[in-house]
Design a protein around this ligand. Structure first.
Ligand code: PLP
Length: 392
């Protein structure tokens, strides 16, 4: 079959493949514990669901503006100004609402990066970054994480890789898969590095900003000299357990907005109108369900870190945010890919190989703790038995 050359550059998100395989095993009667997929196992809060039902009844079932409903863009701008530090004062015209947050990655890269350009991104990280950088014809430049610093981005590595061809730097805090939260000192260092490079943009993926157990969220957009070249990615999927609603957004410098809207018009047209109406309720309604979810995730984090640290050959840094642990499994002697495959086939525990997140992920696996404490305990027991059979 003939395919355009660009398809050779497109990667994937292994989580969906492992999920499909695990589901197929379940259909054959196997008991599987899912620690592979990155979505909260909580229901969307009731008041948000009710707002969507009301919106459908009121006729929000048609196309809306490509950039999103103005009332939602306004609510997002208000929320961003209250969550990203004192000096941040964006307005609704800087917000573009999309079906899920993923298109913000795609649109930003399509607008800013092409052949001959370099894009710096953390490695390991959300696999769509590298995939999309390649797809747009630009060169992905991986930046390592430092295990001795709780898997923080290696800023020396980053500084050494900025060249005349650098167009964009992608940040992600809290980080998927490592769970680290970027401290303020890192944000400052980074903005100092870019002081004389106002041609370099930063895409700051902040989709896990509400899931922090230690430290605080700091956004690069709060640094005055970065406002005009920072893009924030955020959305409703994680904070409000709305992965299936497909609703995310980007905050862009004003000069980029017409181009991003043109990309939206050419691809998705707009996000679902009733989802957008419900999202206003998500932002402006009670936040208690979010607090309850984060509190439960905090307990699960304790449980899973403690359990993994008990397994010989596994070293598990304590994540500060998101809902993933990214233990070092080198001491087990099993490669990351084999760990993913064998833990599933032999123990019925679905996890992801660190290499699903980039080449520097070898020696690690990612486990999502968006699952019940009971299932996490059972998974830990199975993994302990699994590793014991390999080490002995
Ligand atoms: N960014 C990161 C770091 C993610 O982990 C995800 C989803 O897993 C996304 C973006 C995309 O979110 P959405 O489901 O809203 O498209």
């Amino acid at each position: 079959m003939y395919l355009a050359d660009r398809m050779n550059n497109l990667g994937t998100e292994t989580a969906f493949e492992v999920l499909a395989k695990a589901k197929a095993m379940e259909a054959l009667g196997r008991n599987i514990i899912h620690l592979e997929i990155g979505e909260p196992d909580f229901p969307t809060p009731e008041h948000i669901a009710e707002a969507a039902v009301k919106a459908i009844r009121e006729g929000y079932t048609h196309y809306g503006p490509a950039a999103g409903l103005p009332e939602l863009r306004e609510a997002i701008a208000h929320n961003v100004n209250h969550t990203r530090g004192k000096g941040v004062n964006i307005d609704l015209t800087q917000v573009v609402v999309t079906p899920g947050a993923k298109p913000i990655i795609f649109f930003t890269l399509l607008a800013l990066a092409q052949k001959g350009d370099e894009v710096l991104y953390p490695n390991p990280s959300f696999p769509i970054y590298e995939s999309m950088i390649r797809f747009c014809g630009a060169k992905p430049v991986p930046i390592r994480l430092l295990e001795e610093e709780n898997l923080q981005l290696d800023l020396d590595d980053l500084a050494s890789k900025i060249t005349n061809r650098t167009k964009l730097i992608i940040l992600n805090s809290p980080h998927n898969p490592a769970g680290c939260v970027m401290p303020w000192t890192h944000v400052e260092t980074l903005s100092r590095l870019l002081q004389n490079r106002d041609d370099v943009y930063v895409l700051s993926d902040e989709i896990y900003k509400d899931m922090i157990y230690e430290g605080q969220h700091h956004s690069i957009i709060s640094v005055p000299n970065m406002i005009d070249r920072s893009i924030i990615l955020d959305g409703f999927s994680k904070t409000y357990a709305m992965t299936g609603w497909r609703l995310g957004y980007g905050v862009f410098p004003k000069a980029l907005i017409p181009h991003i809207i043109k990309l939206a018009t050419n691809s998705v047209s707009c996000a679902a109108s009733f989802s957008q109406r419900a999202a206003i309720q998500a932002l402006e309604g009670p936040q208690e369900p979010v607090r309850a979810m984060v509190s439960e995730l905090r307990d699960r984090r304790e449980l899973i870190v403690k359990g993994l640290r008990r397994i010989p050959g596994i070293v598990c840094p304590k994540p500060e945010g998101a809902f993933y642990v990214f233990p070092n499994i080198k001491g087990t002697g099993i490669s990351s890919h084999d760990f993913q495959e064998q833990a599933l086939s032999e123990s019925g525990v679905a996890v992801l190989s660190g290499t699903s997140f980039g080449k520097y992920g070898e020696g690690y696996v990612r486990l999502s703790y968006a699952n019940s404490q009971e299932n996490i305990l059972e998974a830990l027991q199975r993994l302990e038995n699994f590793v014991a059979t390999k080490i002995s």
